[in-house]
Design a protein around this ligand. Structure first.
Ligand code: NAP
Length: 307
């Protein structure tokens, strides 16, 4: 029987593990299908406090894990496949193993939605990014492209005009999902160049290991053409990793966990941390803060239950 199992090993999960381990709860962290979370997909992180020269995302998250292990956290490689939250202790299945736990912290994150082009995946971190806040700085005076037609795409395009020599916004329709205010703000920005009714057919250049351009297809004319870009930002939404919890805890229509205040979920004893609940800030530092909150709530909850 575990005191606490933490689902996910990104910033939120690792920070929860550090706090829970230092509270002598011997947490078990289930690493999940993207061990290290989104930080493990980035290169230099320059906005995490405490690192004046920045730190590589994979190093940052590995350091957190080592810190948690130092205080007694255990890590189990695998993915949560099933959860029985109908009564306590909770039962979760990780691969073939069933584990019982008094409390659960869900820190399984949200994965960026990608276009699904093979070249796109090969060039993530080498010109392809899903986070303007993280990577925009690397494209000073460079040509930038953003894909998407929602608030994220508008926000990223506006933000990236601070850096790029130009920002091309590619959207597959000519109407937008973005809110009017965000769209108006983007439209008023002279640095944004609009490529509507257009889809990305390919990203170049896998051979060189760096983004040099894209092939676009104009859906109205059916014509394909190449456009040079240095930074390629995909902003077509995120998918929260909550599939095993569907129907078991309250989720919003997009699948994000609904917070019941602090780190609480709709199920007593189940807590949330990080991007699995947060669709607004989604930063390493906010996820770490949320992990801390969840672990502190677990500690108080177990104490109140007499453990
Ligand atoms: P979103 O609203 O779901 O928009 C996703 C966009 O990506 C849509 O325009 C969609 O096109 C496009 N898209 C999806 N799959 C695609 C594909 N395979 N190929 C090409 N385009 C594709 O997602 P979001 O922009 O991340 O926003 C998510 C939520 O967060 C929203 O509620 C939003 O309001 C909120 N948010 C708010 C702010 C803010 O207020 N500052 C900032 C960011 C996010 P279609 O329209 O054609 O489907």
């Amino acid at each position: 029987m575990r005191n606490v199992v933490i689902i996910g090993s990104g910033c939120a999960g690792n920070t929860a593990a550090i706090y829970a381990a230092r509270a002598n709860l011997q947490p078990l962290v289930v690493t999940g299908h993207e061990p290290g979370g989104q930080l493990s997909l980035t290169t230099l992180v320059e906005n995490y406090p405490g690192f004046p020269r920045g730190i590589d995302g994979p190093d940052l998250v590995e350091n957190m894990k080592r810190q948690a292990i130092h205080f007694g956290a255990e890590y189990l490689d695998g993915t949560l496949l099933e959860a029985d939250l109908s009564k306590r202790p909770f039962r979760i299945r990780v691969e073939e193993e069933w584990i019982e736990t008094r409390t659960l912290i869900i820190a399984s994150g949200a994965s960026a939605r990608w276009l699904g082009l093979p070249a796109e995946q090969r060039l993530v971190g080498h010109g392809v990014s899903s986070c303007a806040t993280c990577d925009g700085f690397f494209y000073r005076d460079k040509k930038i492209m953003v894909v998407g037609g929602g608030d994220s795409a508008m926000e990223e395009a506006i933000f990236l005009t601070r850096f790029g020599s130009e920002v091309a916004l590619v959207h597959r329709r000519e109407t937008f999902r973005a809110s009017k205010i965000m769209l108006d703000r983007a439209r008023a920005n002279p640095k944004i160049h609009w490529l509507l009714n257009t889809v990305v057919a390919d990203v170049h250049d896998v051979e060189q290991g760096i983004v040099t351009g894209v092939t676009l297809c104009d859906l109205q004319t059916g014509k394909s053409y190449r456009r040079d870009v240095d930074g390629f930002f995909v902003a077509i939404g995120h998918v929260p990793n909550t599939k095993p919890f569907l129907g078991k805890i309250e989720l919003d229509p997009d699948g994000y966990i609904v917070s019941k205040g602090g780190a609480r979920t709709s199920v007593t004893g189940v807590f949330h941390a990080g991007d699995v609940q947060d669709r607004v800030y989604r930063q390493a530092v906010t996820a770490a803060g949320a992990g801390c909150m969840a672990a502190m709530e677990v500690e108080r909850f177990l104490e109140s239950e007499g453990h």
